[in-house]
Design a protein around this ligand. Structure first.
Ligand code: G3H
Ligand code: 13P
Ligand code: NA
Ligand code: ZN
Length: 328
């Protein structure tokens, strides 16, 4: 059934696990996530970005997720809007049936200019007031995450581990987080703790200190009743990059957030873990491989089936690693 995000995250906090929040754009991704959830008995958060709405349209996204709810009645599902850029966009999503929204007021409506703290508080509080009255959950964001535009925030925007800006200056400030939550009453808060969006997060192999664990602990201590959200949480598995490269793809050396580090984050209060890129890599690798090995095939079902299967394996692995499995 369709549930609010607050319900799922409260349960996750009580029992000390995390929930992957997977981005969806099409039928095969929705099916992959639901099959993985059914096989591991996991609750589900599916989220739609502005890019997803542009690609599929809100009606298709909503009906795809509604179809998932109908096909798997025993699995709790959150339909979440990812990175809403204004109260108007959040209201539109709520009106069309989403059970949770992210008001990303860390940026202005253009989705790229960093905003002031006061602006962020103002738009987030507005959305919370409208949402809570009707049982919809709200995620806010405080801090500087990688750009959504390029999908290659990290190093190029000076936001990643090796960027021109001092790493610690980019992280969410615990005092400011406490103030933000007091003023907005948001249910969940996306924090900057060392990650960025997209496939190109880090150009060198991580050595165990990608996440600012001490910062997670400090923020969690200040806002124990607000669920922490980690964006840019794809692990960019090297074996998926290899499959893509071996079958005609061209991807430069890159690394993501190791699953073990995410598991550490969960231990200290991270509850929602946003993942999009890993599903993209899995599907692209499977499609490239299939078409490379079967050049005579032309029925989309033939190559979308292995793509769906590859996405499902990623989802299952995250449900299991984050402790989500068994909690549906
Ligand atoms: O938050 C970013 C997600 O990866 C969505 O990406 O805007 O290309 O759909 P997108
Ligand atoms: P990735 O690009 O690391 O998958 O992050 C997705 C995300 O944060 C969506 O909001
Ligand atoms: Na989100
Ligand atoms: Zn994000």
């Amino acid at each position: 059934s369709l549930v609010s995000m607050r319900q799922l995250l409260d349960h996750a906090a009580e029992f000390g696990y995390g929930l992957p929040a997977f981005n969806v754009n099409n039928l095969e991704q929705v099916q992959a996530i639901m099959e993985a959830a059914a096989e591991t008995d996991s609750p589900v958060i599916m989220q739609a970005s502005a890019g997803a709405r542009k690609y599929a349209g809100e009606a298709f996204l909503r009906h795809l997720i509604d179809a998932a709810v109908e096909a798997y009645p025993h699995i709790p599902v959150v339909m979440h809007q990812d990175h809403g850029q204004s109260p108007a966009i959040c209201m539109g999503a709520i009106r069309s049936g989403f059970s949770s929204v992210m008001m990303d007021g860390s940026l202005l409506e253009d989705g790229k200019t960093p905003s002031s703290f006061d602006y962020n508080v103002d738009v987030t509080r507005k959305v919370v007031e409208m949402s809570h009255a009707i049982g919809v959950s709200v995620e806010g964001e405080l801090g500087c995450l990688g750009s959504l535009e390029t999908g290659q925030a990290g190093e190029e925007d000076g936001i990643g581990a090796e960027g021109v800006l001092d790493h610690s200056q980019m992280l969410t400030d615990p005092d400011q987080a406490a103030e933000f939550v007091k003023l907005t009453n948001c249910d969940a808060l996306a924090i900057a703790i060392g990650t960025s969006h997209g496939a190109y997060k880090f150009s060198r192999k991580p050595t165990g200190d990608i996440l600012a664990i001490e910062r997670i602990k400090a923020i969690n201590a200040r806002i124990p009743n607000t669920h922490l959200v980690m964006h840019g949480s794809s692990s960019v598995p090297q074996e998926l990059l290899e499959i893509i490269r071996q079958h005609g793809g061209d991807m430069k050396e890159t690394y993501g957030v190791p699953v073990e580090e995410i598991v550490q984050g969960i231990k200290y209060g991270v509850r929602k873990i946003n993942i999009d890129t890993d599903i993209r890599l899995a599907m692209t690798g499977a499609i490239r491989k299939y078409l490379f090995e079967n050049p005579e095939k032309f029925d989309p079902r033939d190559y979308l089936k292995p793509a769906r299967e590859a996405a499902k394996l990623v989802c299952k692995a995250r449900f299991e690693a984050f402790g989500t499995a068994g909690n549906a």
